[in-house]
Write a protein that binds this ligand. Structure first.
Ligand code: SF4
Ligand code: SF4
Length: 404
C-alpha cells in the first residue's frame, strides 16, 4: 500500500470481501497520497502488515485472489469536470502518481497556488533499456495530447512542451503529424527534440533546457512556475478522463540478458514480478540481479515474488556480466565520478564521508542536490554503487530534518 511518495494507504476492504476491477481498496487522508484500486476482480484473501516490496521497504499489502473474470466495478463513472477543483479531485480519485518512477501524487503536483507558465511533458526516457515512455509516445499519442490539453485548460497553463530525445524520432513524427492535422484541437503545444544523453530526463535538467530556468537546491519545479509530468502519467490522465477507469494497469519494459523475450508488457498493478518475468521467458540459470527501474537509478529487488507497483516502469533481469555485482573494489581516487556528475558534485568525497557516517560533511558537500542519476556509479572503474550510498544518505539526512 506504499505506491507513492508520502504516507502509505490504509485498507478500506476486509478479508473475505468481493472486489471488482477499478474498485477503491485503500486510501488515506494524508495530503501526499493517492488511493489504490483493485486491478483484478476476486476475493480479498489476506491483509499482510509487514510485506516486503522492491528495495526492501516494508508495507501493508492486500492480497486478492482473482476469479479470472476481470469484472469491472459498477461504481465507475466518467468524471464530470466543471472547475479546477473538480479536476484536481478527479485526478486524485484516479489514483495517478508519477509513472516515470518518481511516484509523486499527480493531484498534488497539479494543485499549486503559483501561476504555471509551462507544462513540460517529460518524454526524455534516458535510462538504457527502458522504453515504456517511448511506447506511450508512439502508441498513445492521442491520450497523451488529451491529457496535456485537459491539464492546460483546468490548470490555466498557456504553453506546453513535449520534451523528447532525438533517438525517438518515430514518435516525434507521429506527434508532429497529429499536431499539424489537429491544430484547432491541440494548440500551444510544442515539441522540443534534444540530443539523447544520460541523464537528460532529470527534472531540473529538463526545465533548464526547455525554459532556461534553474530550480534552486531544495526547491521544486513549481518554484520556477513550471510543472513536469511524465508523458505516461499524462496519457493515463487522458485515458482516465474518457473512461473513468482509475490506474489499475501499467506498461513496463522487461529486459536484460537473462530475459529471452524482452518486450513492453501491460500488466495489472500488483502482479507478482516473477509472473511477469516468466511471461517474458526468464532464464533462471543466468539471472544474477533483478532491478526495478533502469540500470542507473533502479532499485534491486530482494524478492521476485514482490508485487508490481505503480511507479515501476521497468524490470530488468541482469546476468553477472551485466550487473557487475562481483567486481566491486576499493576506490582508486581516479575522479571519473566527478567528471561524470551532471550536478557538479564530488561523488568520491561524498562517498568517503558517508562511509564513515559523517552525514554533516555529506550534507555540506550537497548530497541533497544529488538527482540519483547513477552516472557516477556507471563511470566508476571500481564498480562502487555510489548512487545507492547517496540515496541512503539522503534518507538519513531527511529523517534527521535536513534539507530535501
Ligand atoms: S570513480 Fe570510483 S574509483 Fe574513481 S574516484 Fe570515483 S569512486 Fe573512486
Ligand atoms: S548520482 Fe552521482 S552523478 Fe548523479 S547527481 Fe548524484 S552524485 Fe552526481
Amino acid at each position: 500500500l506504499s505506491m507513492h511518495i508520502g504516507k502509505p494507504c490504509d485498507p478500506i476492504v476486509s478479508v473475505g470481501d468481493k472486489v471488482q476491477v477499478g474498485q477503491p481498496i485503500a486510501d488515506t487522508d494524508a495530503l501526499f497520497s493517492a488511493p489504490i484500486h483493485a486491478s483484478v476482480s476476486g476475493t480479498v484473501k489476506a491483509i499482510i502488515n509487514n510485506a516486503i516490496v522492491a528495495g526492501g521497504k516494508k508495507t501493508k499489502l492486500i492480497e486478492i485472489e482473482s476469479d479470472g473474470q476481470m469484472t469491472t466495478w459498477n461504481g465507475l463513472q466518467v468524471p464530470i469536470i466543471k472547475s479546477r477543483e473538480n479536476y484536481i479531485d478527479s485526478i486524485r480519485q484516479s489514483g495517478l502518481v508519477g509513472l516515470g518512477g518518481a511516484g509523486f501524487p499527480t493531484s498534488v503536483k497539479f494543485n499549486v497556488n503559483q501561476k504555471i507558465d509551462f507544462l513540460i511533458a517529460n518524454g526524455a526516457e534516458c535510462e538504457p533499456y527502458n522504453s515504456s515512455d517511448f511506447y506511450t509516445l508512439k502508441y498513445r499519442s492521442i491520450e497523451l495530447l488529451d491529457g496535456i490539453k485537459a491539464s492546460m485548460h483546468w490548470l490555466n497553463v498557456k504553453k506546453a512542451i513535449i520534451f523528447i530525445e532525438d533517438n525517438k524520432m518515430e514518435a516525434v513524427k507521429i506527434l508532429q503529424k497529429i499536431l499539424a492535422e489537429k491544430s484547432d484541437v491541440y494548440n500551444n503545444i510544442q515539441i522540443m527534440v534534444v540530443p539523447s544523453m544520460y541523464p537528460r530526463g532529470a527534472e531540473k535538467i529538463v526545465i533548464q533546457m526547455a525554459t532556461g530556468r534553474i530550480v534552486p537546491e531544495g526547491k521544486l519545479p513549481v518554484n520556477v512556475n513550471v510543472i513536469v509530468p511524465n508523458v505516461t502519467t499524462l496519457a493515463e490522465t487522458g485515458r482516465y478522463l474518457k473512461t473513468g477507469m482509475p490506474l489499475v494497469n501499467r506498461v513496463i519494459t522487461v529486459d536484460g540478458n537473462a530475459i529471452k523475450k524482452p518486450q513492453n508488457v501491460l500488466a495489472p498493478i500488483g502482479t507478482e514480478i516473477y509472473e511477469i518475468l516468466k511471461f517474458c521467458e526468464l532464464d533462471e540459470d543466468s539471472v544474477d540481479m533483478v532491478i526495478m527501474g533502469g540500470p542507473m537509478m533502479g532499485i534491486s529487488v530482494n524478492d521476485i515474488k514482490a508485487p508490481l507497483i505503480k511507479m515501476n516502469n521497468a524490470i530488468l533481469a541482469l546476468t553477472k556480466e551485466e550487473s557487475g555485482s562481483h567486481l566491486e573494489t576499493e576506490c582508486i581516487r581516479c575522479a571519473r565520478c566527478i567528471q561524470a556528475c551532471p550536478m557538479n558534485l564530488s561523488p568520491t568525497v561524498m562517498y568517503h564521508a558517508i562511509k564513515i557516517n559523517d552525514m554533516e560533511h555529506a550534507e555540506k558537500l550537497h548530497v541533497m542536490s544529488c538527482i540519483e542519476c547513477g552516472s557516477c556509479s556507471y563511470a566508476c572503474p571500481a564498480k562502487i554503487p555510489l548512487v545507492h550510498w547517496f540515496r541512503e544518505a539522503k534518507n538519513v539526512i531527511h529523517n534527521q530534518g535536513g534539507k530535501k
